[in-house]
Design a protein around this ligand. Structure first.
Ligand SMILES: [Zn+2]
Length: 487
């Protein structure tokens, strides 16, 4: 009897061990042989093209070193701050100046076990493993040794800003820059012959932000100075921006990016744009109609510039920002108080793209929605303007911000597959301010391979076409972006 009980007990624990996989093992997120083969043979080894991020180019130019793991992880990461606040951690440990990096890190470590099933849990451990080779699970007990181990590694040459980029085999990064930026750090990197291409991206949001007349007027002053064109009317505004657009182009820029709530595509005449410009420049608060008309004019004019240069234009739309007035007053924007909006966009998006297309001036375009309810909308809208000139000319962008996690990525890939061509997708980007978020590319590639692997296992894709499917994974991981952007 005892022997039987023992045998049962042992076999049960072996079964349990087999059922419970090691966390973030070699086959993390890969559920079957086909998925594993696709990832390991066709994706894992490819370099990274990070065509949209918010890295500070100054940190790359100066090859910034990070003092410790707390600074590396918590300086500016509003994803982590949101989780800490939700876990009841006081603001002084998120953004406070009165607490040390070590204290902030300790509070983050307290929070990590409470983030299970949130993507932060997987990303934290992926970063520990891939960046530092640390296998331990982060919790209050392991926090001190992990802090010491990683902080010691951060003092080594391979862990500087440039060292980290090389470690992840990054080939190109595109930063996000304002038209008035002098791009001196990009220039320095180019002159030095730094082996990773660090290219600027043209983000002219402030040139459209007429809802705040005072800020807009100050911006116009800056633009006048930098461009050497006195901006005194709508025409000279466009002229000044054109000069800066050319400067960006000469500095290697190949993409624009716009952060907008929604698409603006009102009818306007140059005379109307002129009247609105005069109003705002003389300090008047504009009506909703004027604001919308002005943004429509700007968005169209800027899109023409991108087309002339053969750039790709990106639109990140649909965030409702700065929801918490109290924290907005305390910390300013981009501190973790933004969420998914529910703007109505289909008609305006259609008019915006159509107006450009009618004149043969629609640039390559990537559309990123923040509301997952728009996935099918964007995937089908993209199809309306594919014109056979460039494979995947109009792209349904990768899962963005709140959607760059397993479910969000799967949903985007599914909508794109069902309503467009997954095979022509330019793939993942980090959209990150951090030098250690490159494992997001790995995460995306694993999700992609698992999705295709599942289809193969179920007989929904032919295993006889494995070579083509492998090539498709290689394209989405790397080659499509390389060919599409033409850096
Ligand atoms: Zn971004």
């Amino acid at each position: 009897m005892i022997v039987t009980w023992y045998v049962c007990f042992v076999s049960e624990s072996i079964q349990k061990e087999q059922l419970m996989r090691e966390f973030i093992n070699e086959d993390f997120l890969l559920q079957d042989d086909a998925a594993r083969k696709l990832y390991h043979d066709h994706s894992a080894g490819l370099p990274i093209i990070d065509y949209h991020c918010h890295l500070n180019p100054e940190y790359i130019a100066n090859d910034r070193r990070f003092d410790n793991l707390g600074q590396l992880w918590l300086e500016g990461d509003h994803y982590k701050w949101r989780a800490m606040r939700a876990n009841g951690i006081s603001e002084k440990y998120c953004t406070g100046k009165e607490t040390t990096d070590r204290e902030k890190f300790a509070k983050w470590a307290d929070t990590v076990p409470f983030t299970m099933r949130n993507p932060l849990y997987a990303w934290t451990h992926l970063e520990l493993k891939r960046v530092f080779g640390v296998d331990k699970i982060l919790n209050p007990a392991t926090a001190p040794e992990i802090y010491e181990e990683c902080t010691a590694l951060l003092q080594e040459p391979g862990f500087s800003a440039r060292g980290l980029m090389k470690k992840f085999r990054v080939e190109v990064v595109c930063t996000t820059d304002d038209p008035v930026d002098d791009l001196k750090h990009h220039k320095r990197l180019r002159d030095e012959g730094f082996e990773i291409k660090v290219l600027p991206t043209w983000r002219p949001d402030k040139a459209m932000a007429v809802e705040d007349p005072e800020k807009f007027r100050n911006y116009i002053k800056q633009l006048s100075e930098v461009s050497g064109t006195e901006v005194k009317n709508f025409n000279s505004l466009i002229e000044a921006l054109r000069k800066r657009h050319l400067y960006f182009s000469e500095s290697g820029c190949r993409l624009s990016d716009h952060g907008i709530e929604q698409f603006y595509a009102d009818d306007y005449t140059p005379a109307e744009a002129e009247i609105i410009f005069k109003k705002v420049i003389s300090g008047n608060i504009l009506s909703e109609t004027d604001i919308s008309k002005f943004k429509s004019a700007m968005l169209h004019e800027l899109a023409l510039m991108d087309w002339e240069k053969g750039w790709t234009q990106q639109f990140h739309y649909g965030a409702i920002r700065n929801n918490n007035s109290r924290f907005m007053n305390l910390l300013g924007p981009d501190a973790g108080f933004d969420s998914i909006g529910d703007f109505t966009v289909a008609k305006n998006l259609s008019r915006f793209l159509d107006r450009l297309d009618m004149n043969g001036k629609l640039a390559k375009t990537i559309l990123y929605n923040l509301n997952p309810g728009d996935n099918e909308l964007v995937a089908t809208m993209a199809g309306n303007f594919q014109d056979g000139t460039v494979p995947g000319k109009i792209q349904f962008g990768s899962g963005w911000w709140f959607l760059d996690q397993e479910t969000g990525i799967i949903n985007q890939l599914n909508s794109l597959s069902l309503l467009g061509l997954l095979s022509r997708f330019v793939g993942m980007l980090t959209d990150s301010r951090s030098f250690v978020s490159y494992p997001r590319h790995e995460y995306f590639r694993r999700v992609l391979c698992n999705l295709l692997g599942e289809d193969l296992a179920k007989g929904k894709l032919p295993s006889s076409e494995m070579a083509f499917i492998g090539k498709m994974v290689e394209d989405i991981s790397y080659y499509n972006a390389k060919n599409y952007f033409g850096f």
